[in-house]
Design a binder for this molecule. Structure first.
Ligand code: FES
Length: 324
């Protein structure tokens, strides 16, 4: 995982009005959605970035960009209808219509490519393939050495198979049903040249296997993208938070997050996922020790305590001072 920079954390402050201009079937229950700005160009982004879609039903959802970072006229995201959808993917697939204008935050990149790596190994499971399209386009553009492993349960779940086929033998497909089992991540990692950078995006069990298989890989060279958090948010409360710029001190009550307490005090701060995976609420820590619960900051960054995600992280002592 990689930290968001101060610049990327503030990218969400400005929302862009974008029109849904095309929906393309990509696989079983999966579509690509193309959004174009109502006026002007899209902000520059890098492969691995995601955007926040502010849906007309009031939900805000993060989706990886699939298109090339060289494009300035559009954003394209891939969405699979999730059987356990809380109203994001089901709404997108079933109700969102071409012509709809919505607000878009970001882009923000918590999953950037190391463009100087001698070799890149991309590993995707299911809809986790979406950021890889943008990464493959970038690596190809750079003339870099790379390969992709893509695992799905059934052949019908292969996303944009024609686009993948165009990359020839750089693509390794694995269909569980046909192979009689799951993809062997340990073997893929063992096979990768030691100087490779490895990237994984997929369902939680796949990320767990990847993290186990790359345990001995130098930190910073094995990257994962989380879209849901595995860690409960800190809601123990019982401490105070001074909002230095706002000139107020608040108490975070039991059952509350810092973000909720800040909002209750009438202070507006950016947020999106509210589970520590998007980076939009990253806040500078001026004093005190946070209880980090996010999936974005590296262990070294968490230890440095320079910033924290206030939607999910708490306080190890009885007081924090934040740059809000
Ligand atoms: S709102 Fe997404 S990390 Fe806090």
């Amino acid at each position: 995982m990689n930290a968001v920079t101060a610049a990327s954390a503030s990218a969400d402050d400005k929302l862009l009005s974008m029109r849904l201009t095309a929906i393309t079937h990509a696989a079983e229950e999966t579509s690509f959605f193309e959004f174009r700005p109502v006026s002007g160009e899209v902000p520059r982004f890098t492969a691995g970035s995601h955007i926040d879609l502010h849906l007309p039903n009031g939900l805000i959802r993060q989706y990886s960009l699939t298109n090339s970072q060289d494009e300035r006229h559009r954003f394209v995201v891939g969405v699979k209808k999730d059987a356990k959808s809380r109203g994001g993917s089901a709404y997108m697939i079933e109700q969102l219509r071409v012509g709809t204008v919505l607000q878009v935050g970001g882009p923000r990149n918590n999953f950037p490519l190391n463009e100087t790596a001698s070799h890149s190994v991309l590993i995707a499971g299911g809809i986790g393939i979406t950021p890889m399209f943008s990464m493959m386009a970038r690596l190809e553009g750079l003339g870099a050495s790379w390969e992709l492993y893509f695992a799905v349960r059934r052949r019908g779940e292969l996303v944009m198979p024609d686009m993948l086929a165009a990359y020839g033998d750089k693509i390794h497909l694995h269909v569980d049903e046909e192979a009689g089992g799951l993809i062997d991540l340990a073997a893929i990692v063992a096979h990768a040249p030691r100087s490779s950078h490895l990237y994984c995006c997929g369902p939680a069990p796949m990320l767990d296997s990847f993290e186990a298989a790359t345990k001995s890989w130098p930190y910073g060279e094995a990257h994962v993208e989380h879209f849901t958090s595995l860690t409960p948010v800190a809601s123990e409360g019982g401490y105070t938070v001074e909002l230095r710029r706002s000139g107020i001190t608040i108490t975070v009550a039991e059952g509350q997050t810092i973000l909720e307490a800040v909002r209750a005090a009438g202070v507006d701060v950016p947020s999106s996922c509210e589970q520590g995976v998007c980076g939009s609420c990253e806040t500078r820590v001026l004093e005190g020790v946070p209880d980090h619960r996010d999936m974005i900051l590296s262990p070294a960054e968490q230890e440095a305590n320079d910033t924290m995600m206030i939607c999910c992280s708490g306080c190890k002592g009885d007081r924090l001072v934040l740059d809000i």
